[in-house]
Write a protein that binds this ligand. Structure first.
Ligand code: SF4
Ligand code: SF4
Length: 401
């Protein structure tokens, strides 16, 4: 579908408005999905000039895709957003320095390996230093909220395994234990699973969402080549945003004659870890002691991949309580919390109120960015509730006495 066709599917009904976090905050048409679609239509028609001001609304959008889930007309909003973001990138410096550095590092698997070594060796002390500075820059506060470096269980190689777990970028640096635990849980559930080579690198979602589509396409080709070489049939990511982006490769490379079919095949192979475990009938043990658990959806997992029920089936049981607005964005949105900390904090404030209303001791989520944002809400390690990736929660349940 072309961007013009995508825009034309909008019937301007406004059903998406209340689902949109920026509309709920600013209450202006321009800050709504419908307003953004209309703005791009005017720009493409040449009725509105392309300036930082006219395109600013695409930078303000969290990209949470809640509007897509609410839309009765099936508007593929993300395709529209990516075009708007690419145009915005042409007229203004895209991101603050910390975000530019993050984009530079995740692009290169060599730099990522260096970051991983640095994190293992010095992560704890760097973090303690950041905690002492907490309350300053958004980047420092987020850094201070990261989980500390932890021992990673061994995952023996299983060459040619049907399920290949894409390690990701930040996930592989900060959450390698969660990746390893996921591979082992999937094996316990009966699925031959291996960790993909780290040369697959980052999926490119962060670059795509910042409007850098040429780099995002280059990174997608790298992941496709690595997946094909692995011999796998299914590719899994533990980051909802990455999974949804992998799923979009078919669209992203549709105009590339050498890669379009290969990209489509990869898109068709994407699965989510909760879906695979649920299908295998995996269920965690009952808790050894009483706990109250709630679940925060990853926007892209819920709205991009349509995965809502599967994580809840894994969490179901005594102690699980559904949170009001669990599907509302937490304000993480890739590197949005670095780029637009003002809006991100307002969104997070509402989320914190929803979490506290549940009285939960533990908030489980399916995306490292959401985990980090919620850890920020919980006051990092000293907060009133614990935040865990679904895989870590399942792992601890399966290992309890
Ligand atoms: S995006 Fe969908 S819900 Fe929103 S105004 Fe357009 S058609 Fe209606
Ligand atoms: S992606 Fe999220 S923030 Fe952006 S227009 Fe849609 S609902 Fe609003």
């Amino acid at each position: 579908m072309t961007v013009h066709e995508a825009i034309d599917t909008c019937i301007q009904c406004g059903f998406c408005l209340q689902s949109c976090p920026t509309y709920r905050i600013f209450r202006t048409e321009e800050s709504s999905p419908r307003g953004r679609i209309a703005r791009l239509k005017d720009i493409l028609a040449g009725d509105v000039a392309e300036t930082p001001e006219t395109l600013a609304t695409f930078g303000e959008c969290l990209g949470c895709r809640a509007c897509e889930a609410a839309c009765p007309s099936g508007v593929p909003y993300e395709e529209i957003l990516l075009v708007g973001r690419a145009k915005l990138r042409q007229v203004e410096e895209p991101t603050p320095a910390a975000a530019r550095l993050a984009l530079r590092v995740v692009r290169s698997h060599v730099l990522l390996r260096g970051a991983k070594r640095l994190w293992r060796a010095r992560g704890g002390s760097l973090q303690r230093a950041a905690r002492r500075l907490r309350g300053q820059q958004p980047a420092t506060r987020l850094f201070a909220a990261l989980p500390e470096p932890q021992a990673v269980p061994d995952v023996p190689r299983l060459a040619g395994a049907a399920v290949q777990l894409h390690r990701g970028c930040v996930m592989d640096v900060v959450w390698p234990r969660t990746n390893a635990r996921a591979a082992l849980l999937l094996r316990e559930a009966g699925l031959a699973t291996d960790l993909m080579t780290d040369t697959a690198g980052c999926c490119g979602a962060l670059h795509a969402h910042q409007g850098d589509l040429p780099t995002a396409r280059e990174m997608a080709r790298q992941v496709i080549a690595a997946f094909e070489a692995s011999g796998g049939e299914t590719i899994v990511s533990l980051a909802g945003g990455c999974g949804a982006h992998l799923k979009s490769y078919g669209e992203l490379l549709a105009d590339d004659p050498d890669w379009a079919q290969r990209a489509k095949r990869l898109s068709a192979a994407v699965q989510d870890v909760a879906t695979l475990l649920d299908r295998q009938g995996y269920r965690p043990k009952a808790p050894a002691k009483a706990e109250r658990v709630t679940y925060q959806d990853s926007c892209h997992l819920r709205n991009g991949l349509g995965v809502r029920r599967e994580p809840r089936r894994l969490l179901a049981g005594e102690g699980f309580c559904e949170m009001a607005g669990a599907g509302n964005c937490c304000g993480s949105a890739g590197i949005y919390n670095l780029v637009r900390p003002d809006v991100s904090e307002r969104v997070l404030r509402d989320k914190l109120a929803d979490i506290q209303a549940t009285g939960a001791d533990t908030v489980v989520t399916s995306n490292p960015g959401c985990e980090l944002q919620l850890r920020l809400a919980a006051g990092a390690a000293d907060g009133p509730f614990k935040v865990q990736h679904l895989v870590d929660w399942l792992w601890e349940r399966s290992r309890q006495d």
